[in-house]
Design a binder for this molecule. Structure first.
Ligand code: SF4
Length: 423
């Protein structure tokens, strides 16, 4: 490390000492994260004892991702053909703005009701906020994401967006929006209150929106893992269903997709999720004269919006393409010593060390990501937990060199420290 690089690192070490000290003083954040980390570790241990072959999933999962990222453009083409064959509508968005515009066009005139499933990709494009600005009523229907929405916050973990909240804080927030006086020491009553509150939104919604965990190119099938059942309803009740998905989620076959789905849920902490949806097009029936007719009980319209936003360039970059292997299972966050005390404050749109890389190359650009890149402890614990064996450390070190060469001098970093982090 050169003297100047050391100087930059020192600024961020000082910053980290500051936010770690803040985190250590934040009693509720500490309690919430401790409960979440313990629960994650306990559940994963249980899952690995019940299904010891899960460890063997990793190697095959990595091979599938390596192949897919090296053949991304042809897989996108294959997916497009499959979606159109299935009577769906295929869209390709080069960046976040284009993705939001495409989806706003699909939704139509203002004052529509939209129900959303949790999706990091929609966080990346800030889709909810965009649609609200267009005059629509938009509801996050995943409980953690609903809590993010009602407190006007941002997700603190890839899979558990409100991991920083205790049950007491959650009950207070839900009491406010539902007008019920919920007991603070219980979780079940909070869950029930949100269930009741969102019922009516689901039934009157015009459009349902979600992301997806994996796409199988051969059939154009989306695979979506969930537990709450909110995506099941959001993708079934409204007339229109839209999936916004990053292009890196495509793999060649249904079998490959199912393998990645299993690997994701196992390392995301589930013995088995309550639901895995496979969606390949609009609702249809062939019950009269075996003639396929579209628009039965489910959505009449199916739209798949694939998002590039820098991913295709990363796929061609041998130093960083490993970033696109990430399945967003969130396992690495529970091993990260910086995340333990800061939660999603370590990151801008994507949290954690891997999130710093996603921010830099995809979600926010290098400048905004620089503080997170320098905040990573480079301890390597994330790699030991990652089912894809992603070497986040190695990429962070390379990215620091690039940032330095791009002119992110100590003076600029100092300024960023005061604006970005406090914002
Ligand atoms: S880097 Fe690995 S452990 Fe972390 S979210 Fe991505 S796939 Fe999961």
């Amino acid at each position: 490390m050169s003297e100047k690089e050391k100087e930059i690192q020192k600024i961020f070490n000082d910053y980290m000492a500051e936010i770690i000290a803040d985190g250590a003083e934040n009693e509720t954040l500490r309690v919430a994260l401790k409960r979440a980390v313990n629960s994650y570790r306990g559940n994963l241990k249980k899952a690995l004892e019940l299904f010891p072959d899960s460890i063997d999933y990793k190697e095959k999962a990595r091979k599938i991702k390596e192949y897919s990222i090296d053949h991304l453009e042809e897989l996108i083409d294959q997916t497009k053909k499959a979606v159109e064959r299935n009577h769906g509508v295929f869209h390709f968005a080069k960046d976040a703005d284009e993705a939001n515009e495409i989806i706003a066009d699909i939704v139509g005139k203002p004052k529509k009701t939209i129900v959303k499933g949790k999706s990091l990709t929609t966080e990346e494009t800030e889709l909810r906020q965009y649609l609200q600005e267009k005059g629509h009523e938009v509801w996050e229907t995943d409980l953690g994401e609903f809590l993010v929405q009602i407190r006007d916050g941002r997700p603190m973990h890839m899979l558990a967006p409100s991991v920083d909240l205790t049950r007491e804080e959650a009950a207070e927030l839900i009491s406010k929006i539902t007008g019920k006086d919920l007991p603070k020491d219980r979780i079940d009553t909070s869950v029930e209150a949100v269930r009741e509150f969102l019922r009516d939104k689901f039934t009157k919604a015009d459009t349902g929106i979600s992301g997806a965990n994996v796409i199988a190119a051969e059939t154009g099938t989306l695979f979506i893992i969930e537990n709450e059942g909110n995506i099941k309803v959001a993708a079934s009740c409204p007339d229109k269903y839209v999936a916004l998905v990053g292009v890196e989620k495509i793999v060649p076959t249904l079998e490959d997709a199912m393998h990645l789905v299993k690997t994701t849920w196992r390392f995301a902490n589930y013995v088995v999720p309550s639901y895995v949806h496979m969606i390949s097009g609009p609702s249809k029936t062939g019950d009269i004269e075996k003639t396929t007719t579209y628009g039965a009980h489910g959505p009449r319209e199916f739209h798949m919006v694939l998002l590039d936003n820098g991913r295709l360039d990363v796929a061609k970059n041998d130093d960083f393409k490993e970033l696109l292997y990430c399945m967003k299972c969130g396992a690495c966050m529970y091993e990260c010593p910086v995340f333990w005390v800061t939660a999603g404050h370590f990151g801008k749109k994507y949290p954690g060390g891997i999130g710093a890389l996603w921010d830099a190359f995809v979600a926010t650009g290098m400048e905004e990501a620089a503080p997170s890149v320098y905040s990573c402890a480079i301890c390597g614990r994330c790699k030991t937990r990652c089912p894809l064996n992603i070497d986040t450390d190695k990429m962070i070190k390379k990215l620091r060199k690039i940032l330095y060469k791009k002119g992110y001098t100590p003076a600029i970093l100092k300024e960023m420290k005061d604006t970005f982090f406090k914002g």
